[in-house]
Design a binder for this molecule. Structure first.
Ligand SMILES: [Zn+2]
Length: 189
């Protein structure tokens, strides 16, 4: 009977098609709410490098529950890094800070920005023209408040850091506009 093998063939093709569609739908969506699903797939968006890295499960990314984050962060740090709040300009700890050193993630300690790339953007937020390493931050399309912006998060713990804009100085022409509350500072020796 040729019907049996034919049915199996259709079933296999149907499953493959559905699988491909599901994969596409997981890769395509944008926005912070989808970061977790991309992570589940092992696809981490890093448009600076324009590469998708395969998460082999052997990484040591920082993961905490909301309750655990609340215990280790101040209320302001929690609101900014875990709820994507924006601190008021000219009020944060580092917008007018000029010591030599490295700015690290307040959530996990990962090195994010060097004082060498910090500049006065007149915005009232600490601003840098590039991260210490492209892999230190992930970029996510942010469509909140009816605007299309690019959100910056720590690639290690997914802390919201701020946004990046295309109006920075050379050599990159980019402005990483970061909340002081998402940063710690380690002074050079
Ligand atoms: Zn972090």
């Amino acid at each position: 009977m040729p019907v049996g093998p034919l049915m199996i063939k259709f079933l296999v093709m149907g499953t493959l098609l559905l699988g491909s569609l599901a994969l596409l739908m997981n890769i395509m969506p944008t926005g912070r709410q989808n970061l977790r699903s991309r992570r589940v797939l092992g696809i981490i968006k890093n448009p600076i490098a324009m590469v998708a890295t395969i998460d082999d499960g052997g990484d040591e990314k920082v993961r905490k529950t909301e309750e655990e984050w609340k215990k280790v962060l101040t209320e302001e740090q929690y609101q900014v890094t875990r709820c994507s709040a924006t601190e008021r300009p000219f009020m944060g700890k580092y917008w007018d800070h000029h010591e030599d050193g490295t700015y690290t993630c307040v959530g996990c300690g990962q090195e994010l920005f060097s004082s060498d790339t910090k500049y006065d953007s007149k915005s009232g937020w600490p601003s840098y023209y590039k991260p210490v390493d492209n892999a230190a931050v992930s970029e996510i399309k942010d469509i909140s408040y009816g605007r299309v912006r690019t959100e910056i998060v720590c690639s290690n713990c997914e802390a919201h850091l701020g946004h990046v804009f295309p109006d920075g100085p050379q050599p990159t022409g980019r402005r990483f506009c970061i909340n002081s509350a998402s940063l710690d500072f380690v002074k050079d020796d």
